[in-house]
Design a protein around this ligand. Sequence first.
Ligand code: CO
Length: 508
Amino acid sequence: MNKTKGAYEKLHDLSRHIAILSSVYQLLEWDQETYLPSDAIFHRARQIETMASLIHKEKTSARFAKALQELIDIETGEILNTNLSSAQIAALKEWRRDHLKTVKLPSSFVKTFAQTTSQATHIWAIAKKTNDFALFAPYLEKIVNLCRKKADFLGFKEHPYDALLDLFEPEMTTSFLIPLFSKLRISLSELLKMIGTQPIPSDSFLHGEFSHARQMRFAEELLKAMGFQRSSSRLDESNHPFCNGIAPKDTRMTTRINPDALMNNIFAVLHEGGHGLYHQDLPEDQYGSPLAESISLGIDESQSRFWETLIGHSLPFWKCFYPKLQKEFSEKLSGIHINEFYRAINIVRPSFIRIHADEVTYSLHIILRFELEKALIEGQLKVKDVPQMWNERMRDYLGISPQDNSIGCLQDIHWSMGAFGYFPTYTLGNLYAAQIFEAFERAYSGWRERVETGDLLFIRNWLASEIHRYGRQFTPHQLIVKVTGKALSEAPYIHYLHRKFTALYHLE
Ligand code: CO
């Protein structure tokens, strides 16, 4: 018995050491996106490369493999010890999953990948700023090739894209996504068409001059209401908002302040705050084990979208927060009724930028990206033809086409980071969120009244007890069945959108 406990704890100790190294790596990345002087980028690339290879070395070390092999057969997945709890057994399976992914990638490959993507991220930022796709193209070319190589190293049954997808959404496959996304695209297009027959509400009062300091102050207030404390989290600014759950009690979130558009920052903060709560509510005593990590990017994104859209775009939420917002920006909002504001923040209108897209058009942006990167990996699409194909699909799905690549195929950081297979997790996040929200509504039929009073903590607690506290004890599929009683489908999302926008746009 003692020996059993010893073996598990030995593995956890080794893994905790790796987690600490990873937290240093994440800190370098966070700094690169927030405060790093631009001339320091090439040295930063060296630092990141060094850390990545150090982490890779630890993960692939003989002693780690030996510690793991004592508890679970790495080859077959058979649990070799019967005295473990079901949570520990689940952790071992996840450790093995990670281990197999890691050992399949040679150290030299990991090093090249980290170096290339670090430089590419920097170049992408310049290319986006100067609308210069040709500047970024050679880097994208390199990255596509590296991702293809990566898929080969990792191995796959049906499609090379499966290997990349699996890195972010375990057990998700291209063949599952194709019909799911196709059903979704058809439903969304129909809804978009119906909405398009109605006049667009006015939102001019959400544009103009909004003080930077006041916007930051309101953002901090929202995070406080969600339950964040300044002693264990930060909010900074970056080109592309993100959340980095660096370590327990150290959650870094960023936003982007647009002085001309009031809601961009607010929704970014609710979104990153949703990610942040997931990380804050993971069990701290399990730090370093899979039981203290988020399940997948899709599940992680379901938490951000839960707060940003299902709560943050709802009328009960704004019944509490709109008077506060009016007070902060009284010169623009004092004469605007809450119903007018509610319609304005829920305008459905095809637009170029994914992160500012409304709930109906958002997934169409994702489906487009999924199709493009799948085609790049397959070799069906050449890098030089990306802008053209992007613009064509935008016209097909959203009826608009960007003049500049800056607001087209250069808008997102993901490809420069080598994160092929990542985009679908955004839409999966929306689908998971809507399905989880149905379960939440069953548990709290009076949620509206509570949220109207500014009480958000019961939502945080429900998500923590249903999802966050388990870490990776369940796979995405197991979790969604556990919480909602059903496997993932597009139906709850479509149902939610229909219910909401039929009322908002008087479609019946
Ligand atoms: Co997110």
